[in-house]
Design a protein around this ligand. Structure first.
Ligand code: SF4
Length: 211
């Protein structure tokens, strides 16, 4: 997969090429997982409280997708929610986020993913085989008990491999291959549209985003 990504990006990537490369990578991973069972469904948002790491082109793609669909007022409201979430959750580990129920700011009011068609590879990697286990595991209580969720580990391995292949492709063509917290990355590209050009030109984005 890395070779195809290098080939796609190698001739000088523009935003559309990056978006297409990511979609193709996600589709290729999904094709390996066709017909595998899972219990996840829209309106079942329990795991959307976990920290998510994305590659910069993933954050850029989500920001572009939102810009195309939201009006100015909606975008301003979302940016405010992303900034608030960043200030509260940036140092929280998964257990703290579960306890405080700090859900992903991209979750819609009905428990669905508002960016589902362009959701991160890390989100696609996680599927539960039992929704009741998820409910129990993500309940905001302090416990020493192991709260395990039966998951499709094959799917996780496939999407993790896609993530690594994209990162490797970015590195090989001289683009920034660092990952970033989902909300922080999306907010950065929404607040600073010029970051897209800078990323595509091979510049590294400001280190402050990772602090
Ligand atoms: S991006 Fe979507 S799927 Fe991923 S954590 Fe946020 S709401 Fe859930």
């Amino acid at each position: 997969m890395t070779e195809r990504i290098v080939e796609a990006l190698g001739t000088g990537a523009d935003a559309a090429t990056v978006v297409h490369m990511l979609a193709a990578s996600a589709d290729a991973a999904q094709n390996l997982c066709i017909d595998r069972p899972y219990a996840c469904a829209a309106g079942c948002p329990h795991c959307c409280v976990l920290n998510v790491a994305v590659l910069l082109p993933e954050a850029m793609t989500i920001a572009l997708w939102l810009r195309e669909r939201l009006c100015a007022e909606e975008l301003a409201g979302l940016q405010k929610r992303l900034a608030t979430h960043r200030s509260w959750a940036r140092w929280m580990d998964d257990d703290e986020r579960i306890l405080k129920q700090m859900s992903c700011p991209l979750l819609d009011p009905y428990g669905g993913c508002s960016v589902h068609p362009v959701r991160p590879l890390a989100c696609r990697a996680i599927t539960s085989l039992d929704s009741q286990s998820c409910k129990d595991a993500f309940r905001p209580t302090v416990t020493d008990e192991d709260r395990l969720v039966p998951a499709d580990l094959f799917r996780k391995a496939v999407f993790d491999a896609a993530f690594t292949a994209v990162a490797s492709g970015l590195r090989q063509v001289g683009l920034d291959d660092r990952s970033i917290e989902l909300g922080t990355g999306v907010l950065a590209f929404l607040e600073h549209p010029e970051f897209m050009e800078r990323f595509l030109a091979g510049e590294r984005l400001p280190q402050a985003l990772w602090l």
